[in-house]
Design a protein around this ligand. Structure first.
Ligand code: FES
Length: 576
């Protein structure tokens, strides 16, 4: 093990602790609550940035993992210092956790920058906590490693596995279709969440954990080891050990989060059938490290790649099966020909080292490239007069027969309007109708909620319809499915063409040609635009006001305009 005195870099924290000034005295004295004198003379100070919270149930167990991280930090000669940050529980926060992603990223960024730290361990889990932490830490660029909390174990009802959220969506549709009783639906509620951990399909949490691993920001296997598995505690210990080494090597996110690593993440996103939310988060993280990544890159790099992992919602199985089959390293072994194996990782070694000798043990779970589950599975980016700045659709979660479709629009002005009318027996709707929902974009809602997978009208469900084309400026849960066009940009609240659609207008979706068109003349659209009035702001004070004044559109990842880029770790002025 490297001794503290061998530390080859000048530690950032020496600015706080070296010397005999009054300020040095203050910084040391108030920290001497058990720490010996030599803690302040050359040992790396490691922040453990912990998003554990009882209100973010998927992250509740991170306190226990933090203890194992600390063991590793002590063992390697560092000083572990745990601190809390804003946390976001996807299922609890109203109006939507996405409204607070950038707030959490700011909290992480400022907490890391303003405190005496040489390196950081990020403990995340639920959907938004992983991208928020990566965004914030990337803007500071101190040596950083992430450990995600891991997925839940598979719950079962009457012997049948339950995919968290994915089966909830399915069962709630079955109730509305008259195929399942409400009592039976309720009986599954307690079985859905079997253990600690985040959702166990390839929803947004599993997707972003996979993205963090593919980006090289975690140790191998971080994404898939189930939360209660003892091997996750072992990984936590190794993570603590490794961050101390990273400080000594001065290995920072800017050396890891490169264009090559984002390309790798996009390839993995396709192969796991990952959440469309990852598009927003990857664009936002790239913006923090000045990597030029565009919406079109997502399509160009990933859309022709196959779905290889048989996991819900695109497939049939869950994260613990994926882990047993070898997890992300085994998947990357299959993807070797399209990955940048020389991309740097937190291990200090290139990414290809993580998949060496990691061929899958279960080719029915991780399919070979020549026998994919779906041939072209990545997120497709659409263009057209309805979405001049783009929109996304996930073909692997859609119905193949709806990927080319023309039908009349049925417009809902808000999610409340949709809920009030969708089950009206007199609603003029058929399986050919294109349901359009607006007012759900980043600034219009605010926060772009996951309502884009509008449940189908009850009368169509009862008649046997199981999918329809749906279009919105909203997002969709990564656990959900359907032929849903999402993230339409610009959103309706800022006057995007979505604001101008009228019920009965004809809309054409052509995913193979990447087109989304409103079949209305330019002259008519101009006339409608001249009559359109900007809606009043949905917030007048506080975070929501700051957010709507500065949030960028979905095509660039919904970061705040003044948070793009990096401020670095320098803090030159004293507090006393
Ligand atoms: Fe937290 Fe699904 S609600 S991961």
């Amino acid at each position: 093990m490297t001794k503290p005195s061998d530390t080859p870099v000048t530690l950032r924290t020496r600015r706080w602790y070296d010397g005999s000034s009054r300020d040095n005295y203050i910084h040391r004295s108030w920290m001497k609550r058990g720490l010996p004198d030599d803690a302040f003379s050359g040992k790396p100070m490691i922040g453990i940035c912990n998003s554990a919270s009882d209100l973010a149930p998927c992250n509740q167990h991170l306190d226990e993992l933090a203890e194992f991280v600390k063991r590793g930090v002590w063992e390697a000669g560092g000083i572990p210092l745990e601190f809390p940050v804003t946390s976001l529980g996807e299922t609890q926060i109203q109006p939507t956790a996405m409204l607070l992603r950038n707030l959490m990223a700011m909290d992480v960024e400022e907490s890391v920058r303003c405190n005496p730290l040489d390196g950081v361990v990020l403990l995340s889990g639920c959907d938004k906590t992983t991208p928020a932490m990566l965004m914030g830490a990337a803007s500071v660029d101190l040596p950083t490693i992430m450990l995600t909390g891991g997925p839940m174990l598979t719950g079962r009802h009457k012997g049948k596995p339950l995919g968290s959220a994915t089966d909830m969506w399915r069962m709630s549709e079955a109730v509305r279709a008259g195929e399942m009783s409400v009592d039976e639906f309720m009986a599954t509620e307690s079985s859905m969440t079997r253990s600690a951990g985040h959702c166990n399909p390839m929803g947004t949490a599993s997707t972003m954990a996979s993205m963090a691993e593919a980006l090289g920001m975690t140790l191998p296997q971080s994404a898939t080891i189930p939360a209660p598995d003892t091997r996750r505690k072992r990984l936590a210990h190794l993570t603590g050990r490794r961050i101390v080494e990273m400080v000594r090597e001065d290995l920072r996110p800017s050396a890891i989060l490169t264009r090559k690593s984002f390309e790798n993440a996009i390839c993995v996103l396709s192969a796991v059938g990952g959440s469309t939310n990852a598009v927003l988060h990857l664009l936002a993280i790239a913006g923090r490290v000045d990597v030029k990544l565009t919406l079109d890159d997502i399509d160009k790099i990933g859309s022709h790649l196959p779905l290889l992992v048989d996991i819900m919602p695109a497939g049939t199985r869950l994260m613990d099966d994926f882990f047993e089959a070898g997890g992300i390293p085994s998947l990357m072994a299959e993807l070797e020909s399209v990955l940048n194996g020389d991309a740097m990782t937190v291990t200090g070694k290139p990414l290809r080292e993580s998949w060496r000798d990691q061929a899958t043990s279960d080719a029915t779970m991780i399919h070979p490239m020549n026998k994919p589950l779906v041939a072209e599975a990545g997120v497709a980016v659409l263009r057209g007069n309805l979405c001049p700045k783009g929109a996304v659709v996930k073909p692997s979660a859609a119905s193949p027969d709806l990927l080319v479709h023309t039908g009349p629009a049925l417009v809902f002005d808000s999610i409340e309007d949709y809920k009030a009318r969708v089950d009206d027996p007199n609603l003029d709707v058929t399986a050919e109708t294109v349901m359009v929902l607006r007012g759900c974009g980043p600034s219009g809602y605010p926060g772009m909620p996951e309502v884009g997978n509008m449940p189908l009208p009850e009368k169509l469900l009862r008649a046997g319809t199981r999918d329809m084309v749906r279009i919105s400026d909203a997002r969709m849960s990564g656990t959900a499915f359907g032929t849903t066009v999402l993230h339409v940009a610009p959103e309706s609240a800022v006057g995007g063409p979505l604001a101008l659609v009228r019920t009965g207008d004809i809309i054409t979706l052509n995913v193979p040609e990447r087109k989304l068109s409103l079949n209305v003349s330019d002259e008519e659209l101009q006339q409608r635009k001249s009559e359109w009035e900007t809606p009043p702001p949905v917030a007048t004070r506080g975070w929501s006001r700051l957010y709507i004044d500065h949030v960028m559109q979905a095509d660039t990842g919904c970061d705040l305009d003044f948070l793009v880029g990096s401020s670095g770790s320098e803090v030159t002025r004293e507090s006393h």
